[in-house]
Write a protein of this length. Structure first.
Length: 558
């Protein structure tokens, strides 16, 4: 490999885009080219089935900045890899030389046989797919969604909110059979039926015609539009043709290496060892794509004498799915040999799974704080007993501070686990840049702190507290170390998550507990997707042992 290696990334989805940005921010020594076949600027897929369908495009685009020095080629497909000459053949006839090649080619919708070519059938993977569906959604539209997985259910919820008459057809006896415990599937079923959708389980599709769907048992479901969401297949053809080991996914080791030297793979296209189950699986989640990309960037930048530093990307797989008002979050395995359930969907339901006495999975509905606590325990390769889980309220951390009187901090107690060696401790927050640029000088409109929020000692170093302004606005207060304190809006700009209740503080970064976007607490500026809009910050300082904050925010600069 040359001293200034040429790195080419194939695929400009979340994984490819995150890798390119991370390499740029870490100062990768060689040239970086990001190649994508789609004609759009890099965008995020989760909104496509949710807010995008309801007309909100604010969370769609991935951060456009941070790609300084990266050559971006859009609307061009990689068609062949020459591993001997180390060159990539492009659809426009060009050859792109590489020293290091990263395949981030994602996945495509699994096709469904038996569809009349004239039938109005859609799939949902790309922005173009989402636009085509959105153009048809309207009040009274009869929509059949084939597949009761997360994307089908999210779309069903969005379409229902727009007034469509939705029927979900699921071939299995329950919803989301691959990814959530039966207890959670029952709650989902009740939620979608209560929201007005018709949900048919055990519904095998025989054919799709203009006007409807024919089921194997002879039933017919009328539909103006049909959306098929029955899973995805990996875009691994390029790798397979180059002799790289694949099986509906490119096999990678813990350092994202394929079976070909200097060729790596990340994101939905990979088949990797699940650190919890120990099996090789495809993990088709946003957090996996982002986490792998960030870990690979650190690995490629951390080498000395040209040798990559080995960094494992192991962490408990997790995903979220927002289905109307219902927030689902799952980490680890959906099933174990013992299940314990806490709470209820209205106030927050958490279901834990144990295998051989070890915590292996957690699923939550409308309970992000409890979920994040348990996810971190899983991530750290630790465990907790079902009894401790049953008394989860005692484990909440950090406490919420208010001017009226802070709650007592209660320590989190976890037990070490004998988990598999592959389960390396990981710190999710270390995946976002740890060296943030210094904050800008105080804005001209900054006003002096004028509200006594709480005694400094009420918030431990590295912890988050909160207070409320006279108008009721909730403010998050961050104590970094000593008397270094900052304050921002409590509400994440991406959704409705509370940063003090559900977030985690790492240095000057606050990470939102719902989708793990993050902000710089000194400025309120977003640091990582899916957060793209700044939150307001409030001047804060310590005077005579008390934290004071200004009631007037510093408006975020564009
Ligand atoms: C509608 C929808 C909603 C989702 N919601 C959630 C959610 O709520 N929570 C969650 O955890 N996950 C969610 N996901 C999954 C998440 O978006 C994916 O896990 C993530 O996008 C994977 O990123 P990726 O970069 O690996 O692949 P992709 O996003 O698929 O990107 C791969 C890119 O590579 C390009 N490409 C492929 N082959 C070539 C080639 N030969 N040459 C050039 N370019 C190529 C493709 O066109 C594509 O743009 C959702 C996905 C969808 C589709
Ligand atoms: S609500 Fe999505 S990152 Fe905060």
């Amino acid at each position: 490999m040359s001293a200034s290696p040429a790195l080419v990334i194939v695929g400009s989805g979340l994984a490819g885009h995150t890798l390119a940005r991370s390499l740029a921010s870490l100062g990768y020594a060689g040239s970086v080219t990001l190649l994508g076949e789609e004609h759009h600027a890099p965008y995020d897929r989760p909104p496509l089935s949710k807010e995008f369908q309801r007309g909100d495009e604010s969370t769609l685009m991935l951060q456009a900045d941070g790609l300084a020095g990266v050559q971006v080629i859009s609307g061009c497909k990689a068609v062949a890899i020459d591993t001997d000459r180390r060159a990539l053949a492009l659809s426009d006839g060009r050859q792109l030389p590489w020293d290091c090649l990263v395949l981030a080619t994602g996945a495509r919708p699994r096709p469904l046989a038996g569809s009349d070519p004239q039938a109005p059938v859609h799939f949902l993977r790309t922005l173009d797919d989402a636009r085509a569906i959105r153009a048809k959604l309207r009040d009274g539209l009869k929509l059949a969604v084939i597949g009761g997985g997360p994307i089908g259910l999210e779309l069903a919820a969005s379409a229902g909110q727009l007034g469509a008459r939705v029927t979900v057809l699921e071939a299995a006896p329950r919803l989301m059979a691959r990814t959530v415990p039966a207890t959670i599937a029952e709650v989902l079923l009740g939620h979608h039926r209560a929201s007005g959708a018709q949900v048919l389980l055990g519904a095998q599709v025989k054919a799709i015609h203009r006007g409807g769907v024919e089921l194997a048992d002879g039933r017919r479901v009328e539909a103006d539009v049909v959306v098929v969401g029955i899973g995805v297949v990996a875009n691994d053809d390029l790798a397979h043709a180059a002799g790289i080991a694949t099986d509906d996914g490119i096999f990678v080791d813990a350092n994202f290496r394929t079976t070909q030297p200097d060729v790596y793979a990340i994101g939905d296209v990979t088949r990797q060892r699940n650190p919890i189950s120990g099996r090789f699986e495809r993990i088709e989640t946003w957090s996996n794509a982002r986490g792998q990309a960030q870990a690979l960037a650190r690995q490629l930048c951390g080498g000395t004498n040209g040798a990559p530093r080995v960094v494992t990307g192991a962490a408990a797989p997790w995903f979220w799915s927002d289905q109307g008002s219902l927030r689902l979050q799952c980490a680890g395995l959906p099933q174990g040999d013992q299940e314990v359930r806490r709470g209820d969907p209205a106030t927050g339901l958490v279901v834990g799974q144990w295998s051989a006495g070890r915590l292996v999975g957690v699923a939550a509905i409308n309970a992000p704080q409890d979920f994040n606590l348990l996810r971190r325990i899983l991530d750290a390769g630790q465990s907790m007993t079902p009894e401790a889980f049953a008394s989860l309220t005692e484990l909440r951390s950090p406490p919420n501070h208010t001017p009226e009187g802070p709650a007592e901090p209660v320590p989190v107690t976890v037990t070490p686990s004998d988990g598999p060696a592959a389960l390396a401790p990981s710190a999710p927050l270390a995946q976002v840049p740890s060296t943030l640029p210094p904050p800008p000088p105080p804005a001209a409109q900054a006003t002096a702190p004028d509200l006594a929020a709480c005694p400094l000692e009420d918030i431990e170093e590295g912890a988050i507290g909160s207070t409320s302004l006279p108008d009721g606005t909730r403010i998050a207060i961050y104590r970094i170390r000593g008397e270094e304190v900052f304050a921002t809006d409590d509400k994440c700009s991406h959704g409705s998550s509370s940063l003090c209740d559900e977030g985690s503080l790492e240095g000057h970064l606050i990470e939102c507990g719902l989708h793990l976007g993050s902000f710089d607490v000194r400025t309120g500026k977003p640091v990582s997707t899916p957060c793209t809009k700044a939150i307001r910050s409030y001047p804060a300082q310590v005077r005579n042992g008390t934290i004071w904050i200004a009631t007037q925010p510093i408006e975020p600069s564009p």
